[in-house]
Ligand binder design. Structure first.
Ligand code: KG4
Ligand code: ZN
Length: 351
């Protein structure tokens, strides 16, 4: 079965074709970063309008790259949530329209399920069961994954997501948007030990996170240093604060991932979501898990941040697992999107 997938939950339009037997055939992505950069963050209405303009040309491009026509497609998939309501509606309405016109099923996919299964797009593929660390701009969760559609929440952030902590700290240090990659680049020139930043919940017994205090602590330090500081010294201070922020976030993510492996007795950790692209996190987790005789799996860098491949692929996994009622979805094209949506609720059969 060939599945055409659409991702439009935030500021990336992604389209892909995945074959349930052959895997990924083609994918294309348009990032809106340059557009939102002027505003220091994502402007939801602009995001929706841009998705509308990009989605059809990207679909044509993907079909051409795969050497396929629309008539060769057997099913359509789209991100139904969580995300920005207007942005989600663009992908959902295009996907449902295409499916309705062609008499195909349209499979709604949970965005985090896409992230969570994306490491299975590359070799070596982790076997089930595994622990998944989902670290994106909007979510930070540890999940136990026993199979496709079998997700149990182990712990999550009580306030800011890890990506949000990167982005907000980067913003107050004047690094622009998106902050995560910029902050992590600057951190390479910094000394992480110069500033001691808080690590709430680092030693708590649960598997939860808390990142909201971090930006306040950085703000206090940054304002103090700015008073009367020489510009050269300030540049170094900024890099040191960036390095200290990255270290604090990575410490929490590594500590709770290890705790999740210990408490479940599992030996495989899958890291997914935009923050999974972070080099320090990848290195630290890799080393720490080696000592535990456990294995860390990361998606290929291009599939860490939002993309259409992970949505078409998640749909293919659900079809293979018998979790999609294909005739019911082919017969009914009414739809809604879920701007807020728990992954554990998305485990059952989609119809
Ligand atoms: O998964 P994603 O593309 O979108 C959401 O579903 O939220 O994740 C985006 C998040 C942003 O907060 C971004 O700053 C962060 O991932 N990010 C990074 C890196 N690359 C992206 N954070 C730290 N280091 C990076 N290299
Ligand atoms: Zn995402």
């Amino acid at each position: 079965m060939r599945i055409l997938g659409f991702e439009s939950s935030c500021d990336e339009t992604g389209v892909a074709v995945v074959d349930t037997r052959q895997g990924l055939l083609a994918h294309a992505l348009h990032s809106q970063v340059a557009m939102h950069e002027h505003y220091g963050g994502v402007v939801p209405e602009l995001a929706s309008r841009d998705h509308i303009q990009r989605v059809i040309p990207l679909t044509r491009q993907v079909l051409a790259e795969a050497g396929l026509a629309l008539g060769d497609i057997d099913a359509v998939a789209y991100t139904a949530g969580p995300g920005l309501a207007g942005a989600l509606l663009v992908g959902a309405s295009v996907a449902q329209s295409v499916a309705w016109a062609l008499g195909l099923p349209a499979i709604p996919i949970h965005h985090l399920e896409g992230h969570l299964l994306s490491p299975l797009l590359a070799e070596p593929r982790p076997e089930f069961p595994f622990v998944a660390l989902l670290v994106s701009g909007g979510h930070t969760q540890l999940m136990r994954v026993d199979g496709v559609g079998q997700y149990t929440l182990l712990g999550e952030t009580l306030d800011d997501a890890a990506g949000e902590a990167f982005d907000k700290t980067a913003k107050l240090l004047g690094l622009g948007y998106p902050g995560g990659p910029a902050l992590s680049r600057l951190a390479e020139q910094g000394d992480a030990s110069r500033f001691k930043l808080p690590r709430p919940k680092l030693h708590s017994d649960d598997l939860d996170f808390s990142f909201s205090g971090l930006k306040t602590a950085v703000l206090v330090q940054w304002q103090k240093q700015q008073q009367g500081g020489e510009s050269e010294a300030l540049a170094q201070t900024r890099a040191d604060l960036a390095a200290a922020t990255e270290a604090a976030i990575v410490d929490a993510l590594v500590a709770k991932s290890v705790k999740a492996l210990e408490s479940t007795g599992l030996r495989r950790l899958v890291v997914a979501g935009g923050v999974g692209a972070n080099r320090v996190l990848r290195e630290r987790l890799g080393r720490r898990l080696q000592r535990l005789a456990a294995q860390a799996y990361f998606p290929p860098l291009e599939f860490c941040t939002d993309n259409g491949a992970m949505i078409a692929f998640a749909a293919a996994c659900r079809v293979r697992a018998g979790l999609v009622d294909v005739p019911a979805l082919a017969a009914r094209h009414a739809f809604s999107v879920h701007p807020r949506w728990d992954l554990a609720e998305a485990s059952g059969v989609a119809a």
